[in-house]
Design a protein around this ligand. Structure first.
Ligand code: SAH
Ligand code: SF4
Length: 357
């Protein structure tokens, strides 16, 4: 029988970590020290850490190349800063060579990390750079935790007074297609003994994977849900979001109603404004009708240039917003951040500037 493949310590929640140590005869007391080093201090090398002897012995025997456990510490291929200095995009290389992207954004005094949940994405939305590159693989929980750790380390270096308090799963990939791993990662990231980003500061964004939305509803998860809508009729949405062939707009809205009833939570609807495609006053009226009876907030996202599509002019965008507001639906514009570093929504594709990664 071959040995079990090595496992990432960052994939483990606190209870699992304690169980692993216990199975090797290390008492639970040491699990706290190990968790602290991993999840609060963000250690990148445990062998140089000052642990008590029993834990130090376990670390030397069990963690490292060719041993049972490893740490997820991605290699930084590139860091790109926006001209205004508020956005930093990191290209991170994972152990198997996959390159993913993580973005650290600081505006209005809030520090937010945008995390990838997959390498690539299988959903193929026509206006999204990630969608156009296709799907490589799901990320493990530890690979999501490691992105937050990296952003936290950088923030600490550049501005030790600031804390990373917000997280959005709006990087590469569709979170609800990798939901088991996402939920483990979010438990770890929100654990107050570690990174401690509060569940109410975490948003999961989905293109409309209905079974995932229903599962979040049934399990009453404490995170915010954002649904990327972009079209208010079946045909309009299908033209932009191919996956609505699998789950129709009608099924999606039903799932949102179920989610709203089950959780009592407001749902954020993302609407990327594309000139001449989904930005007319008639479409805004249609959207307002579609959302009737749902506790909804619409987030209008100016399209970031990624191909043949053009963004809506600001006058038309404001008119669209006004129709929703007049219908009693809260509606705000997402700030355009990091456009000059290709780190805006839907621009995340793992390619180094000027060549392939
Ligand atoms: N897959 C998930 C989360 C990642 S995409 C989802 O689709 O919701 C995060 C957000 O970026 C989504 O709302 C998506 O619609 C939006 N987006 C994608 N491409 C964009 C572009 N070119 N300009 C602006 N927003 C875009
Ligand atoms: Fe995937 Fe979201 Fe991009 Fe659609 S918008 S291709 S679901 S990452």
């Amino acid at each position: 029988m071959s040995a079990a493949p090595p496992q990432s310590l960052h994939d483990l929640g606190f209870a699992e970590l304690a169980r692993v140590l216990a199975s090797d005869g290390v008492i639970p007391h040491h699990a706290k020290a190990l968790w602290r080093a991993l999840q609060r201090e963000g250690a990148v090398d445990l062998t140089t850490h000052d642990f008590l002897p029993p834990l130090q012995r376990w670390v030397r025997a069990s963690v490292g190349e060719g041993k049972a456990f490893f740490l997820d510490v991605p290699e930084v291929v590139e860091e790109i800063r926006s001209a205004d200095g508020h956005t930093r995009k990191f290209l991170l290389r994972l152990r198997d060579g996959q390159i993913i992207e993580t973005v650290l954004m600081g505006y209005d005094g809030r520090q937010t990390v945008c995390v990838s949940t997959q390498a690539g994405c299988a959903m193929g939305c026509v206006f999204c750079a990630t969608g156009q590159m296709g799907f490589s693989r799901d990320l493990r929980p530890g690979e999501m935790v490691a992105q937050v750790m990296h952003a936290r380390r950088v923030l600490h270096q550049v501005d030790p007074g600031k804390r990373l308090r917000n997280l959005v799963l709006m990087g590469m990939g569709e979170p609800l297609n990798n939901l088991d791993a996402v939920l483990i990662a979010l438990e770890i990231i929100s654990d107050t003994r570690g990174i401690g980003i509060g569940p109410s500061k975490i948003s999961i964004s989905t293109v409309g994977v209905v079974p995932g939305i229903l599962r979040l509803a049934a399990e009453a998860r404490p995170y915010h849900l954002a649904v990327s809508l972009h079209g208010a009729t079946e045909a309009d949405r299908l033209a932009l979001v191919p996956v609505s062939r699998r789950w129709s707009l009608c099924q999606l809205i039903d799932a949102c109603r179920t989610y709203g009833k089950a959780t009592g939570k407001r749902i954020f609807f993302e609407w990327t404004l594309i000139a001449g495609t989904n930005d007319s006053p008639g479409t805004a009226v249609c959207l307002a009708q579609l959302l009737e009876g749902i506790d909804a907030h619409v987030n209008l996202i100016p399209l970031n240039p990624t191909g043949g599509y053009a963004g809506t002019a600001s006058k038309a965008g404001k008119a669209f917003q006004k129709i929703l507001l007049d219908s009693g639906i809260p509606c705000t514009f997402r700030q355009r951040r990091g456009i000059d570093v290709d780190a805006g929504c839907g621009m995340l594709k793992a390619r180094k500037r000027g060549g392939t990664a």
